[in-house]
Design a protein around this ligand. Structure first.
Ligand code: NAD
Ligand code: UDP
Length: 314
């Protein structure tokens, strides 16, 4: 059945893929964004669809729309961008959650929060299960994002307990794919752009820190499954459990792009998590979800996207 759906942060990397999916299923989609890190380019192909609508709005201010479902994705995700204006990042997470939850409460909409593996901080438990409470520095450079997302989770559960708001909370692990901003600052886009442009590959620290990379189509599939079932409210990890060191990632990107770029090692940012790998057994059992695209295949698709982007710029 067709539904009316609000996607905050809909012009961003994940939001635009989510809008694609929802529009193609025939839902009426309102894409809300303030274009801080999102771009109209990401969603311009949807503008001619009658079931797609764009709303320029900052989610730190209340929003009034009538919808059946809300996906709350508004928040810069790259450390470079979320640290650019740390106070704004906290406001987006906290006031954004309050505004979306208030709306969901009033109009009785189901609401999904795009939370993050960052709630586990620099984890002492490996791999990370949803039951792990995390190891987060409350006053560091990453705290505006990590603690903002943690408060947002708290708000979701308190609105659920106090007001019976129908919540879903998803903890997203590092996700990559086409439509990442080429200068977004995240590791996959940085390495691919550097390799394609023949620049040095910048490894922060010695490159032994690990991450688990999920391809965007797998992530969106998990998000939609979580939203459209009645058993599990979360939090639930959605990510690819394949774990790679950052140096391994750099070597894969160099190999796949056949680049001559050199690896250079620079200072590691403070509070950079040493390791990260999701335990996805909850999503496997309750959502019947697991990722289908491994890092090699996903990188090939992403590299093809960035090559096309560079060709268009020439
Ligand atoms: P992104 O930066 O590409 O998208 C975020 C979108 O939110 C952008 O379009 C931006 O303009 C918009 N936005 C930011 N502040 C806003 C505000 N105050 N009001 C309205 N819109 C605002 O990032 P993404 O990778 O697409 O991430 C989407 C969501 O998923 C974020 O909430 C992020 O924290 C979460 N997440 C992403 C990842 C990942 O690896 N991509 C991992 C964990 C969590
Ligand atoms: N990183 C790196 N070089 C870069 C960008 C990032 O070595 O050009 C490292 C970063 O220090 C971190 C990992 O790659 O250890 C993932 O960084 P990203 O910003 O993509 O995501 P997050 O740290 O939020 O997981």
């Amino acid at each position: 059945m067709s539904q009316r759906i609000l996607v905050t942060g809909g012009a961003g990397f994940l939001g635009s893929h989510l809008c694609d999916h929802l529009v193609s299923e025939g839902h009426d989609v309102i894409c809300l964004d303030n274009y801080f890190t999102g771009r109209k380019n990401n969603i311009e192909h949807l503008m001619d669809y009658k079931n797609f609508e764009l709303m320029r709005h900052d989610i730190t201010f209340p929003v009034f729309v009538e919808v059946d479902q809300i996906y709350n994705l508004a928040c810069p995700a790259s450390p470079v961008h979320y640290q650019y204006n740390a106070v704004k990042t906290i406001k987006t997470n906290v006031m954004g959650a309050v505004n979306c939850l208030g709306l969901a409460k009033r109009i009785k909409a189901r609401i999904l929060q795009a939370s993050t593996s960052e709630v586990y901080g620099d984890p002492n438990e490996h791999p990370q299960k949803e039951s792990y409470w995390g190891n987060v520095n409350p006053i560091g450079l990453r705290s505006c994002y990590d603690e903002g997302k943690r408060v947002a989770e708290t708000l979701f559960f308190d609105y659920h307990r106090m007001n019976a708001v129908d919540i879903r909370v998803m903890r997203i692990f590092n996700t990559y794919g086409p439509r990442m901003h080429p200068h977004d600052g995240r590791v996959v886009s940085n390495f691919i752009m550097q390799a394609l442009e023949g620049e040095d590959i910048t490894i922060y620290g010695d490159g032994s820190q690990t991450r688990s990379f999920c391809y965007v189509s797998d992530l969106i599939d998990g998000m939609i499954r979580l939203m459209n079932q009645d058993e599990l409210i979360g939090p639930v990890n959605i990510g690819n459990p394949g774990e790679f060191t950052i140096k391994e990632l750099a070597e894969m990107v160099i190999g796949l792009t056949e680049s001559n770029s050199a690896l250079v090692f620079t200072a590691q940012p403070s509070d950079d998590p040493r390791q990260r790998k999701p335990d996805i057994s909850l999503a496997q059992h309750k959502l019947d979800w697991e990722p289908a695209i491994d890092l090699d295949e996903g990188l090939r698709k992403t590299i093809a996207y960035f090559i096309e982007l560079l060709d268009e710029q020439d």
